[in-house]
Design a binder for this molecule. Structure first.
Ligand code: IVH
Length: 677
């Protein structure tokens, strides 16, 4: 029987409210572990949500049964004042650095001489985040402290508690143990937050490390919780009775305590193996979903570690190999302005093309006017660039010493470069916006967003078609889309009768996507695809929504006060109301529609999609399969009955093979769905 089933069993057999509450706390904590640490959930979201609600009800009725490890207790009250200082019982040392294979070998030689034998090493990824020390007393999470200067750190207990992969209780733990590791922000989260901040006109984070640091130092733990940080455990601090003898045993113990341990560690028997691992990760690290800035080489045996000892600053039994940062020099040929759908003017550096971390880079975002001013970046400057979070090209700094005197200082335009309306900068925001709500550049971006996959999902209406439609003066707002006729479309270049028919059909179909998607499609500040769905479930009609107050919105758990204010503000504007009425008159559905399943051919199948399908996007394929009764999940487990594999399918495919799960490649998949589209 799986642990989950044992816990479910205990819950169903609970004899009284107290037992029931505690069984539910343990059951849901285990679900959290399977979801956040193992990345292999065994329970449906729906069932989890239901049980979670039940736990909240039980705890509300019986607060005496709330425990500090209950999953409901992750987000605590706001803090007042500063983070208290805490002295570390055992200092949190830093690491000496090495920069090439010769230095790695010299480190190995020093270690070998001192010990009198060749030790084993554990080589780990060096995660680029913030070191945190977490105290556990009798298994209970009691305190979390930042590294600080190594001797004294800051008490960030309330914020670290919100990190879902950090256990609030560890079973079979020694009476006292401190777990050390790295709090970090995954790339996906970094991008999501920056997109949100950009839309809101708040300064974007420069890199995931800064974003993680900022998130840990929030006075409101709810804010930290919304940032979805993660934590990799890799060391212990003070402890009583842990009985661990090597780094490998330590990592295994941390796994058994249900911490997230980075899986990419290796036990090396020779220093050549160490050098080989480092070379491997130099390339491979760019494919990881989080930032690393090197590798950490640790002598495995604790006895050997003790013999080697430490200097005041760092241990002699470990060192950090630092990868040369992927930073490249180039020239800013020009600074251009991009206008987003919220009307924000974003300056972009047009660069002399250079090769960085695997791709050619010719443009880099300069975020906003303040960023350019602070870094004093001028047109014509030599600059250093890199890729933030391995994807987003960014200017690190300019080289003023290389100036010839011909460089031009850039200032943000006072007029919109597209419609010449004055630009405005709202109080407290760094963003500069076009003041014209009907600016053609803004309308264009709004239409592209409106048609996009997670919004109204209008197939065949990508950015280039939108651009052409505007150029041919066939549309200027999203409402115009629903007035387009085939006859109008075929007047356009490269638009045949069949494509025109398809486009008109796709546009018509999008009318019934429902309120949730429509809310996202309208591009209301801070309202993402998920928020749109959540709101539509609570307020299933547009009319109800348009008359809702800020206070009513904040009763929805996932809607914070700034989102609520943004919604109310949106519906206040007369031109937004006019647009909604126009869409309604054109037949766009203003209620949440419940999608009717098209068939049940796949009932009972649990399907995982992996890799890239040539014929359709992964979400589209998933929606199609789900509409025929399949359950779609994100990770392969024993419950998976079918894996649909596209190009470059990776570890999920390997895992499916090892579990003997049916694998369906694209040709067979197309065969399967051939009559459904
Ligand atoms: S071991 C005495 N392991 O690197 C051992 N540190 O420059 C100290 N770091 O402050 C730490 N990944 O923030 C260790 N796998 C890893 C690490 C790691 C990242 C950071 C940590 C530490 C800094 C030392």
């Amino acid at each position: 029987m799986t642990v989950l089933n044992q816990l479910k069993d205990a819950y169903s057999k609970a004899a009284n409210v107290e037992e029931k509450t505690h069984a539910l706390q343990q059951l849901l904590a285990h679900c959290g572990y399977l979801y956040y640490v193992k990345d292999a959930p065994e329970m449906e979201d729906y069932e989890y949500d239901k049980l979670y609600r039940e736990l909240v009800e039980l705890e509300t009725a019986h607060p005496e049964y709330i425990t500090s490890y209950s999953p409901t207790q992750r987000v605590g009250a706001k803090l007042t004042g500063d983070f208290p200082k805490v002295i570390h019982g055992r200092p949190m040392l830093s690491l000496s650095n090495v920069f090439n294979a010769d230095e790695v070998r010299a480190f190995g030689e020093r270690v070998r001489k001192e010990l009198g034998h060749t030790p084993e090493y554990v080589v780990e990824l060096k995660i680029d985040g913030l070191a945190v020390n977490i105290h556990y007393e009798n298994g209970l999470f009691t305190r979390a402290v930042t590294r600080g200067d190594g001797k004294v750190g800051e008490d960030v207990t309330a914020n670290v508690r919100t990190i879902q992969s950090v256990p609030l209780y560890i079973e079979n733990a020694p009476p006292y143990i401190e777990i050390r590791g790295e709090a970090y922000m995954p790339h996906k989260e970094f991008q999501r937050i920056n997109e949100e901040r950009e839309a809101a006109g708040i300064a974007t984070f420069v890199n995931p490390r800064n974003a993680a640091a900022g998130s840990l130092r929030q006075l409101d733990p709810a804010m930290t919780a919304s940032r979805n940080l993660d934590f990799f455990a890799y060391a212990i601090g003070m402890e009583e009775g842990a009985n661990i003898h090597s780094q490998k045993e330590l990592l295994e113990a941390l796994e058994s305590y249900h911490f997230h341990v980075n899986p990419h560690y290796t036990l090396c028997h020779t220093i050549d193996d160490v050098v080989e691992r480092i070379a491997y990760w130099d390339e491979e690290r760019h494919n990881l979903p989080y930032d690393t800035d090197g590798m950490v080489i640790k002598v495995n045996s604790f006895e050997d570690q003790e013999q080697l000892g430490a200097t005041v600053k760092d241990p002699r039994w470990a060192t950090a190999y630092k990868y040369a940062p992927d930073e490249v020099e180039t020239i800013v040929n020009d600074i251009t302005i991009n206008i987003g759908r919220t009307g924000v003017l974003t300056p972009t550096a047009e660069l002399e093309p250079v090769f960085v971390s695997g791709t050619n880079v010719a443009r880099a975002t300069l975020h906003n006017g303040d960023f350019i001013k602070d870094k004093d970046i001028r047109i014509g400057d030599h600059v250093l660039i890199h890729k933030a979070a391995e994807i987003i090209p960014e200017v690190i700094k300019a080289f003023p010493e290389k100036r010839t005197g011909n460089e031009v200082v850039f200032t943000m335009p006072t007029q919109c470069p597209i419609c010449n309306s004055p630009t405005v900068r709202r109080e407290g925001e760094v963003a500069v916006r076009c003041s014209n709500p009907h600016c053609p550049a803004v309308e264009k971006e709004k239409i592209i967003h409106f048609a996009s996959r997670d919004a109204m999902n209008i197939e065949g209406l990508g950015p280039s078609i939108v651009e052409s439609l505007i150029r041919y003066k066939l549309i200027s707002t999203v409402a115009d889309l629903y007035k387009l006729t085939e006859d109008q479309l075929i007047t356009m270049e490269r638009m045949g009768k069949k494509s025109a028919q398809n486009l008109v059909k796709a546009i018509a179909e999008s009318k019934s996507r429902g309120l949730g998607r429509l809310l996202f499609a309208l591009g209301i500040r801070l309202i993402g695809a998920k928020a749109g769905q959540t709101i539509a479930q609570q307020f299933p009609s547009m009319d109800a929504l348009m008359n809702t107050t800020e206070e009513d919105f904040t009763h929805i758990a996932e809607i914070g006060p700034t989102m609520a204010a943004s919604l109310v503000q949106y519906f206040k504007e007369p031109h937004h109301r006019e647009l909604i009425e126009e869409l309604r008159a054109l037949g766009v559905v203003m209620e949440e529609t419940i999608e009717v399943p098209q068939g049940d051919e796949l009932a009972g199948e649990t399907i995982v999609l992996t890799g890239t399908l040539a014929s359709m996007g992964r979400k589209e394929a998933g929606d199609l399969l789900a509409s025929h009764g399949a359950k779609i999940t994100g990770s392969v487990s024993k419950k998976t009955t079918m894996v649909i594999a596209g190009e470059e399918a990776g570890s999920k495919l390997t895992k499916a093979e090892s579990l003997g799960i049916r694998i369906v490649y694209e040709a067979e998949f197309l065969e399967l769905i051939k009559d459904w589209q």
